[in-house]
Design a protein around this ligand. Structure first.
Ligand code: ARG
Length: 467
């Protein structure tokens, strides 16, 4: 047994002595929920106005608490705020200080309120404030992808590279097409996060500890004050619902997964083996031992940190699983995974965005990889199809030619030229730069559809920005 804590908590009335140091160390959430300070102050502002609105507080009492809250805001924003050892969480700290500043009216601040409704109200406000910032970073990434796609072009001098399946060269694709593939995926991420914010946009304030209050509280009033779309419908649900956190964490996990896929590609692209891109020095790292090294650590961490963000999601889901109604202290575990995922995804978006914006592509390397003669195999088969050959037969004919060229019987161009059903016209499809022009399907990888796609994507990004 260690010493009991000197200072008393908010709930000390029922207890003979103060809390043990170990209890405070283990149960306090202040080290991480400090981030909710502004949201908690705003929550208290709305609550105290709500209490005056239904005449539980006089207007003078309300104004004196509001003035004290302003002082607390000033102290917290300037860093002058002094936390007390009894401040278990940010809610306790704010209320303690308000009461120190304004005395009796401050002691009325917590009327009809519990930290159970208060803490989740603050967290919802935080999400409404912070998630749009991540969305802005996703849009910035889309703008970089769009700029680089536009620069890579769709004309005669457009940059193209092999498109891959199974990490085996498959068909040539325009670089613009490849870059925008990631851009569209980020668009779904934006939609998903915005959709999750709709469910976050509910005020739990007034639910109290779990059941509401005998006092004439008006949850609609405080919901409106706080800018929420609506108040809760059920107080038990209000204090225990963390679906919105799970949904945002899933949205962030998908962003992290998309970033990890880009990261893996750039690890490959910047290797000597691929040599498709060269990182700007400002976005590359060196080795402490190997003087020649230039590493793509940002790309690797974008790949590596996805595991941690997924862990944040799975951790929260595991916390929520099997929890009986209503509030349980387990729910305090909602904040750290959310904060961590937001931090990591924000940092990754900024770093990867800078890396992609400043990197130099190496068109010669991309093009020569994409101009390997066998990359034209499908075009040769489709040439036969246009002449009436069933596709399965065409596939077999071209496959046999590929087998023969791999066996050293001659170049594919020579073999195709000599093949009666193919000939010189078909052999021309193997020439460098021809293959990438062949795909005409809307949404496909050729110049015409990609030119249309770039325009569509630019409009889509402008719309994502507006919303
Ligand atoms: N710090 C707590 C949390 O984040 C506040 C709620 C505590 N409520 C309680 N009855 N102990 O969830």
């Amino acid at each position: 047994m260690t010493e009991q804590h000197d200072s008393k908590t908010l709930w000390h009335g029922r207890f003979a002595g103060g809390p043990a140091d170990e209890l405070m160390a283990y149960t306090a959430s202040l080290p991480f929920d400090q981030r909710l300070w502004l949201d908690d102050i705003n929550c208290s502002r709305a609550h105290v106005k709500g209490l005056a609105h239904v005449n539980i507080l006089t207007n003078d009492e309300r104004d004196s608490v509001l003035a004290a809250l302003q002082t607390v805001e000033n102290e917290m924003s300037s860093g002058a705020f002094v936390y007390a050892p009894s401040d278990e969480d940010i809610h306790t700290a704010v209320e303690r200080r308000v009461t120190e500043i304004c005395g009796a009216p401050g002691a009325k601040l917590h009327t009809g309120r519990s930290r159970n409704d208060q803490s989740v109200t603050g967290l919802r406000l935080w999400c409404k404030r912070e998630v749009p910032k991540v969305i802005n970073r996703i849009i910035a990434m889309q703008e970089t992808l769009l700029a680089r796609a536009t620069e890579a072009g769709v004309g005669d001098d457009a940059v193209y590279l092999p498109g891959y399946t199974h990490v085996q060269r498959a068909q040539p694709v325009l670089l613009a097409h490849h870059l925008l593939a990631h851009g569209w995926a980020f668009g779904r991420d934006i939609d998903r996060l915005r959709d999750a914010l709709k469910r976050a946009d509910v005020s739990p304030l007034g639910a109290g500890a779990l059941a509401g209050s005998s006092l004439p509280l008006d949850p609609s009033f405080t919901a409106h004050e706080l800018g929420f779309a609506q108040p809760f419908e059920n107080s038990l649900d209000a204090v225990s619902d963390r679906d919105f956190v799970a949904e945002i964490l899933f949205g962030l996990s998908m962003v992290a997964i998309h970033l990890s896929r880009i990261g893996e590609e750039w690890v490959l692209w910047t290797s000597d083996e691929f040599g498709f891109a060269v990182l700007d020095d400002a976005y590359a790292t060196g080795s402490s031992m190997l003087p020649q090294k230039k590493n793509a650590d940002i790309a690797e961490l974008a790949r590596g940190k996805a595991g941690r963000v997924i862990g944040d999601l799975v951790g929260l889901l595991t916390t929520l699983k099997g929890l009986p109604l209503a509030y349980n202290r387990d729910l305090q575990e909602d904040k750290e995974p959310l904060f961590d995922a937001m931090d990591q995804v924000s940092l990754a978006l900024a770093a990867l965005n800078g890396m992609i914006a400043t990197a130099r592509f190496v068109p010669e390397r991309m093009k020569s990889a994409a101009d390997a003669p066998t990359m034209a195999a499908t075009d040769l088969a489709e040439f036969l199809v246009r002449a009436g050959t069933p596709f399965r037969d065409a596939h077999a004919i071209v496959g046999a030619l590929v087998r023969r060229t791999l066996a050293g019987e001659g170049s594919l161009v020579d073999l195709v030229t000599a093949e009666p059903t193919l000939g010189a016209e078909a052999a021309a499809l193997i020439a460098p730069g021809v293959g990438v022009t062949m795909r005409t399907t809307p949404g496909g990888a050729g110049p015409k559809p990609v030119a249309e796609q770039i325009k569509k994507f630019a409009t889509a990004v402008a719309n994502w920005k507006l919303l």
